[in-house]
Write a protein that binds this ligand. Structure first.
Ligand SMILES: Nc1nc2c(c(=O)[nH]1)N[C@H]1C(S)=C(S)[C@@H](COP(=O)(O)O)O[C@H]1N2
Ligand SMILES: [Mo]
Length: 260
């Protein structure tokens, strides 16, 4: 999380509320140790090293801290603040590839037969072809992708805004979450505020060409306000929901909000 960028003015109030949540939700022993370290926004983001070493409770305690962390990030998220953008000269070529499998196993999805499925709290459920997606207003952005594995790279993505798409399908914009399923069994979900953020794109292009297979053909969600694992490639289905779902890496312990 970059606190100098995202909403510093209500940071104190958020820390106070988070302290209250920790009192209510964490088991006694871990709570004492966690609070003893001094509660700062930075501290809330550091899930390791919080001094909880009893194996049985550590998992639950860390998961609860992670959910409080999600809540803090949600509170600090200001939809009017934009992630930094860069000149074309800074684009990384070639751009790094990453997935939970090797590059030789990238799914090959047929463009003609592709239909993006839409479900959940939406008025219109008809599946969308690539041509229909391309008919929405197109935006291009040069932004930095940050992977928790220790690398970052600047890339250029183009396509419609997820917010425009959600409005076009008559999504309930007061719903809490937007979830996605991908062609390679990857999945994730995001908060509605991020889904409606003006820089959250249904990326159909990379570097002004149709998204190559390794970067997520036929479409990925490009969310420059979130870490790499919250940028799903090969998206096949989008659903709007009030039920909390995590994601492929989030189910293995990565923080759900995943702000960058
Ligand atoms: N479908 C799918 N999307 C995914 C992943 C994946 O394994 N499958 N990996 C995520 C992670 S951890 C990263 S860093 C980025 C990598 O995207 P890139 O190959 O365009 O660099 O994709 C994200 N989205
Ligand atoms: Mo990543």
């Amino acid at each position: 999380m970059n606190f100098s960028l995202w909403h510093k003015d209500n940071a104190q109030a958020v820390v106070a509320e988070a302290r209250d949540l920790i009192r209510k939700r964490l088991p006694q022993a871990s709570r004492r140790r966690f609070l003893a370290r001094g509660l700062t926004l930075g501290g809330l983001c550091m899930l390791s090293g919080c001094g909880i070493d009893d194996d049985a409770t550590a998992e639950t305690a860390l998961m609860r801290i992670s959910r409080i962390n999600d809540w803090v990030q949600g509170r600090l998220f200001d939809p009017s603040l934009l992630a930094p953008t860069y000149p074309d000269s800074m684009i990384a070529r070639p751009f790094p590839f990453n997935a939970y499998y090797g590059e030789d196993q990238v799914p090959r999805i047929d463009a003609g037969g592709f239909r993006l499925e839409v479900s959940g709290l939406v008025a219109r459920r008809h599946p969308w072809s690539l041509d229909e997606l391309r008919a929405l207003p197109r935006y291009t952005q040069v932004t930095r992708h940050i992977c928790v594995e220790g690398w970052s790279a600047i890339g250029k993505w183009g396509g419609p805004r997820l917010g425009d798409f959600l409005r076009a399908v008559g999504a309930d914009l007061d719903a809490r979450y937007v979830g996605v399923h991908c062609g390679d069994d990857y999945y994730t979900s995001i908060d509605m505020a991020t889904a409606l953020h003006p820089q959250t794109l249904i990326a159909l292009d990379w570097d002004d060409r149709p998204l190559p297979p390794k970067y997520g053909f036929p479409m990925k969600l490009r969310i420059p306000t979130k870490l790499g694992y919250k940028n799903p490639k090969h998206v096949q289905a989008i659903f709007v929901s009030n039920t909390f779902n995590r994601g492929y890496w989030e189910d293995q312990g990565y923080n759900w909000f995943g702000g960058s």
